[in-house]
Write a protein that binds this ligand. Structure first.
Ligand code: MN
Length: 417
């Protein structure tokens, strides 16, 4: 698909993450005013709440932009999602007769503060990159037992915390917890010494499923509203001590950052990719009827306080073993009810190469191979004051579908009361 040109000229640049082909959904505020729903176009944001109030956006049902969250639109279902996208293209495309009515509702992205784009219902995180699972398994259990016996059959996941999912730029306080060195008799309690990021994509569930009712992979794909970048901050020392037998708990519960713009499934349609060949055939309920991964180039950079950033890794979402649709199908397979606004973390996205690893745990191989930053400093794990920034984009012919940044700066741990 070629670039769709807009009368918002900054949207026609090769460099903008937000051409008319993208139209990502966010929530913004200006100068401390109440947050409102907006759509990014070039370096501007269209205030869709104002457009709706002026009668320029009318989905023929209840108003959907009364709340500073995209959940009401999601709840109206895929027909409304498609209708809104058609209306937005009509309003913003080059030569649109609506330009004079619309121009007054554009604000500059440079002037706004971004907020959580939706209310997170529940958060589940998966473990779906074979390269990541193999790397971590090798470090935790040795190369013979790297991939657990269930891994090639089940999209492994755990139920995380929605309460600490935060929007990009929210500061992240270093967690404290129980830590036990391998040679110590007793655990101790204190600040995490092995703080890490995990480069992930978050899938947002836009349709609910009923308790007791499984969904097919095709139905699951249809239920997904869109995607955000997601940093599943991880305390590796807390994790190593607590994770058996029920999986991560406090090591992951303290924070999850997401990018502020929901990139819709519709915007990514041209970038669908088939999953890699299955090592063992999946059970029929998990088999994909079509391509459900996406070609999305991803990058993580780390910047010490007041210093330039160093790119630590570059990888691609198309290298995952399980798609979000397969994960959602598996999630509902027992009869677990899924709700509008549920967030599914893809799992750390690592490629096969050393420079494609999606966490510091892998990049520094458990802390044994420190990385040298462009500033000359080294890092095994994240230090106080470091800012970690995830970026990503699907690269089209002369345009890109960008996600905007998912950033977070780490603050020192708060002493235990
Ligand atoms: Mn994770």
């Amino acid at each position: 698909m070629p670039l769709i040109r807009s009368w918002v000229t900054s949207a026609n640049s090769k460099e903008t993450p937000f051409p008319l082909n993208n139209l990502p959904y966010g929530v913004f505020s200006i100068g401390g005013a109440s947050p409102i729903c907006g759509v990014a176009i070039g370096d501007m944001i269209l205030d869709v709440a104002a457009c709706e109030a002026a009668g320029l956006i009318n989905l023929g049902v209840e108003p959907v932009f009364q709340l500073p969250a995209w959940n009401p639109l999601m709840a109206q279902g895929p027909d409304s999602w498609a209708a809104l996208r058609r209306i937005l293209v009509e309003l913003l495309e080059e030569g649109s007769s609506h330009r004079n009515d619309i121009e007054q509702f554009l604000v500059r992205q440079a002037d706004v503060e971004m907020h959580m784009p939706f209310r997170v219902g529940e958060f589940t995180d998966f473990y779906a990159s074979r390269h990541h699972a193999t790397n971590v398994g090798t470090m935790f259990r040795g190369p013979e037992n790297a991939l657990p016996p269930n891994w090639l059959h089940i999209p492994i996941g755990y139920n995380g915390r929605a309460s600490t999912v935060v929007v990009s730029k929210t500061p992240i306080t270093r967690p404290s917890g129980q830590i036990k060195a391998p040679d110590a008799d007793m655990p101790s309690f204190g600040p995490c010494e092995r703080l890490d990021f995990e480069l992930e994509l978050g899938a947002i569930v836009g349709c609910s499923s009923k308790m007791g009712c499984p969904v097919s992979v095709q139905q699951a794909d249809d239920m997904i509203f869109g995607y955000v970048l997601l940093n599943d901050w991880s305390a590796r020392d807390i994790q190593a001590w607590e994770y058996q037998p029920l999986g991560p708990f406090q090591a992951k519960a303290f924070a999850t950052s997401i990018s502020p713009w929901i990139v819709t499934k519709a915007a990514l349609e041209a970038f669908r990719m088939p999953s890699p060949a299955q090592v063992k055939p999946l059970l029929p309920y998990l088999q994909e009827p079509g391509p459900m991964l996406y070609d999305i180039a991803l990058e993580v950079a780390l910047a010490p306080t007041g210093k330039p950033a160093t790119v630590l890794t570059r990888t691609n979402y198309k290298q995952m073993y399980y798609s979000a649709a397969q994960q959602l199908t598996h999630h509902a397979s027992s009869g677990c009810a899924m709700s509008v606004g549920d967030l599914l973390g893809s799992g750390t996205i690592s490629g096969s190469g050393k420079s494609e690893r999606g966490s510091l745990l892998e990049l520094s191989w458990g802390g044994t191979e420190p990385l040298t930053l462009d500033t000359g400093e080294t890092r095994r794990f994240i230090e106080d004051g470091d800012t970690v920034t995830l970026t990503g984009a699907a690269l089209g012919d002369g345009y890109q579908i960008g996600f905007g940044a998912c950033a977070g700066t780490v603050l020192p741990a708060i002493p235990y009361p």
